[in-house]
Design a protein around this ligand. Structure first.
Ligand code: FES
Ligand SMILES: [Fe+2]
Length: 391
């Protein structure tokens, strides 16, 4: 279907960027990239758990030897949830009548049938790649691309590495668009009394903005004055990479990678990697202990208090920043009608982001070549630290 056939009002066209379920063009585009579907620690050896991405229910399980597999969410027989069964070697067995599937989705056993031979029955199955504490799945058609785009030296090494998953009740696009909105930092993270360490380091000055396309996605440069320049490299189609003050005062800066992965059209799982790759081994335990106090905070649990009572968390480090982002972005609604949205100069990054998403989505839908994205050859220093803000 050509773009013209699908082009209606501005709001409908923008909605095409947001919708990802079923055969939606944007869902098809996102599925062509490795996407984090779960934290490694969320599925232990010999167990199974449910996962939902792109509106599709899936079963994630690990063999007793630790090999992860991602297969369909429902048994092909009477369609009960497969993760409620049990793991048997490299296979998973349904709780209901014992039908068993291997990691390719092939049904290998139907114990109550006369013909117990391997049947011609297959459920969905997707390849996985475990990296940096996250399990990445390839949910697209055909062979997966090499596992290159998500990789960066900062996610590897011996230092401090932790992950976090949050599920927020809005469409994926508004979270990705926030990645391209450096101006929000000067407002959202500096509201009234609710100022934390993040804004103290970045400052409330409204930045001058530059955005340009790179081999991997979009480079964002926000300049708030001499020596206060925040660079970030956003990787197509849904990963942002920023640096924030680390969890321990005076302990340096921390890399944060966030993949906004659609659960369905109105929910998004935000998969985080936090990393300080050069942290000396003797400090790693202290940082992990501090992180343990923050890792389970999720503003979705305080939704009513945040929206009705301005009741922000007492912690002025990551919890506050997290809650501020939640209010601003989830406050737009679960699936936004952008027909009457009014963009300004501060939205240059969002405009570029949308151009790239339209370009790639339309090319794919029209059967034309899409861009071959590659990791940046040199990673930038993210960001330069402004004078007097030694963390
Ligand atoms: S529903 Fe799974 S074996 Fe019957
Ligand atoms: Fe933010």
């Amino acid at each position: 279907m050509s773009v013209e056939d699908r082009l209606h009002s501005r709001g409908e066209r923008l909605r095409e960027l947001a919708l990802i379920e079923g055969d939606a063009p944007m869902g098809k585009l996102l599925r062509r990239f490795w996407q984090p579907v779960a934290m490694s620690k969320s599925v232990v050896a010999g167990e199974a758990t449910a996962v939902r991405v792109f509106g599709e229910d899936l079963t994630l399980y690990r063999s007793p030897a630790g090999v992860p597999h991602l297969v369909g969410g429902h048994c092909a027989h009477r369609l009960t949830l497969l993760h409620t069964g049990w793991v048997d070697g490299d296979e998973i067995r349904c709780i209901y009548h014992g039908w068993t599937y291997d990691g390719t989705g092939q049904c290998t056993l139907r114990p109550a049938e006369r013909d117990t031979a391997r049947p011609n029955i297959k459920i969905a199955a997707y390849p996985l790649y475990e990296y940096g504490g996250l399990l990445f799945g390839y949910l697209g058609d055909g062979e997966p691309p090499p596992f290159e785009l998500p990789r960066k030296p900062c996610w590897e090494g011996n230092g401090f590495h932790v992950t976090r998953r949050q599920a927020w009740p809005s469409n994926w696009l508004q979270f990705v668009e926030n990645s391209m909105d450096a101006v929000h930092v000067s407002f959202v993270h500096a509201i009234g009394r609710e100022q934390g360490r993040f804004i103290q380091h970045v400052s409330q000055t409204i930045p001058e903005l530059e955005y340009f396309e790179t081999d991997a996605g979009i480079r964002q440069i926000a300049t708030r004055g001499p020596g206060n320049v925040r660079l970030s490299d956003w990787t197509f189609p849904n990963n942002n990479h920023i640096i924030i003050p680390g969890p321990v005062k005076g302990g340096g800066w921390m890399h944060v990678g966030i993949w906004n992965v659609p659960i369905d059209n109105t929910h998004t799982q935000r998969m985080h990697m936090y990393s300080m790759p050069d942290l000396p081994p003797d400090q790693v335990a202290a940082f992990e202990a501090d992180w343990a106090q923050h890792q389970n905070y999720d503003p979705v649990n305080d939704h009513d208090a945040l929206f009705n009572d301005h009741a922000y968390p007492p912690d002025k480090y990551s919890d506050l920043t997290n809650a501020q982002d939640y209010v601003a972005q989830v406050g737009q609604g679960p699936l936004v009608d952008r027909e009457h949205e009014i963009l300004g100069r501060s939205d240059a990054g969002i405009a570029l982001l949308r151009r790239l998403l339209y370009r790639e989505m339309d090319a794919l839908a029209s059967g034309l070549p899409t861009k071959a994205w590659h990791p940046l050859k040199e990673s930038v220093e993210l960001p330069t630290q402004h004078a007097g803000a030694a963390n």
